[in-house]
Design a protein around this ligand. Structure first.
Ligand code: ATP
Ligand code: MG
Length: 356
């Protein structure tokens, strides 16, 4: 297959980890007979320096014309207080908006070989392979009114939790589609015992499930889900939930894996290409040193193959290569124990390529 990938390295270690991921993609292309064409775009602080704009129109156009977007990271102290008022993060928010991304996907994979660097027990981590699908455009963060006002004669504040049925439908369908290419189990998380939006959410899931008879569906209240994610995370495959619950649950679940340097993410829209990026930021403290852990970005590239290109076998090959490298004891600095030898970004990338 021939695919066009827009690469937005951005700032700090973004440059380094994105280069690592494209090398891995090149290996996949070679092995499976695909052609990946990369188009590079500017975003974030480096783009402010170069173009006086954190997100030039040209970058947006390039993204829209491609099959997938791979992003490094944006931000850094250098651009914290610019006179122009520009911020690197405007680039990220802008590109998410321009691509109409409404679903944020965060997989959590338990690498047992990392349990020595995590506070969690091996029995809990072993076999964990779940993905949280978070609604990204609605709910409490965007509902109107959102204001300060007097309530019962006192000063108070109001936020509004609102969902349109169509917003629920598209994220729930997305989650069912993902469950289809995974272990075919969907957990819908809500608070239907007290929230009207959650009751609509639950009804909508029950309507849509008729279209996916092969998927096992369960509903879970968010408080219970928070507990179950920590207690027995292996029970989950795909977890779908609204914006606020997803924000909290995905951060909690991310800590099952140990390091920020391990966590990939994807954001999906309806027509435009998906955006794939590591969960971590630009890590200014280690930028330019060649020691960043590239695995989060490499795994993000694997997600692009799976969810945007339908290359399931190729994506699994990358995931398996990452797991193997960790099993063989290879560690970058963020994963290494004191005194243990730490690999550079480039060495770690070579290990993954060798495993492929
Ligand atoms: P942002 O505001 O963009 O989220 P941040 O400063 O909150 O940025 P990160 O940039 O992700 O967060 O960095 C947090 C810490 O984790 C830093 O000490 C950084 O060095 C470390 N870190 C983040 N990503 C990696 C990585 N890929 N490899 C090694 N260490 C990392
Ligand atoms: Mg941060």
């Amino acid at each position: 297959m021939q695919k066009t990938i827009t690469v937005l390295p951005g700032d700090g270690i973004g440059q380094e980890v994105v280069e690592a991921a494209t090398k891995v993609l090149d290996k996949v292309a070679e092995r499976y007979g695909h052609q990946f064409e990369y188009r590079y775009g500017d975003i974030g602080g480096t783009s402010i320096d170069k173009n006086n704009d954190p997100l030039p129109q040209e970058t947006i156009d390039t993204c829209l014309q491609s099959d997938g977007v791979l992003l490094g990271a944006v931000g850094g102290p250098k651009w914290d207080n610019l006179k122009s008022g520009m911020r690197p993060e405007q680039g990220l928010l802008g590109i998410r908006k321009a691509l109409g991304l409404f679903a944020n996907l965060r997989p959590v994979t338990g690498h047992e070989s990392l349990t020595d660097s995590s506070t969690l027990k091996k029995e809990v981590i072993e076999g964990v392979d779940l993905v949280i699908v978070r609604e990204l455009t609605g709910g409490l963060y965007f509902g109107e009114p959102k204001e300060r006002r007097e309530i019962d004669g006192e000063s108070g504040a109001v936020d509004t939790l609102a969902y349109k049925k169509s917003e629920i439908e598209r994220i729930v369908r997305q989650a069912f589609e993902m469950a289809k290419v995974r272990r075919k189990k969907l957990t819908s998380v809500d608070k239907a015992n007290v929230l009207e939006t959650s009751r609509l959410w639950r009804e909508t899931v029950d309507e849509i499930k008729g279209d996916y008879p092969e998927i096992e569906v369960e509903h879970m209240l968010v408080d219970n889900a928070a507990m179950q994610l920590i207690r027995e995370p292996k029970q989950f495959d795909v977890v779908v939930t609204e914006n606020t619950f997803g924000d909290i649950l995905s951060d909690a679940a991310s800590m099952l894996t140990g390091s920020l340097g391990m966590l990939p993410s994807a954001s999906i829209g309806s027509k435009a290409p998906g955006l794939y990026e590591p969960v971590h930021g630009s890590a200014p403290d280690i930028a330019g040193k060649g020691i960043a852990n590239p695995l989060a970005t490499i795994s993000s590239a694997a997600m692009m193959l799976k969810y945007s290109f339908g290359m399931l076998e190729e994506a699994d090959a990358i995931d398996n290569a990452v797991a193997e490298v960790l099993r063989n004891g290879h560690r970058t600095g963020d994963l290494a124990k004191p005194g243990e030898k730490a690999l550079s970004t480039e060495e770690m990338t070579e290990k993954v390529i060798d495993a492929l």
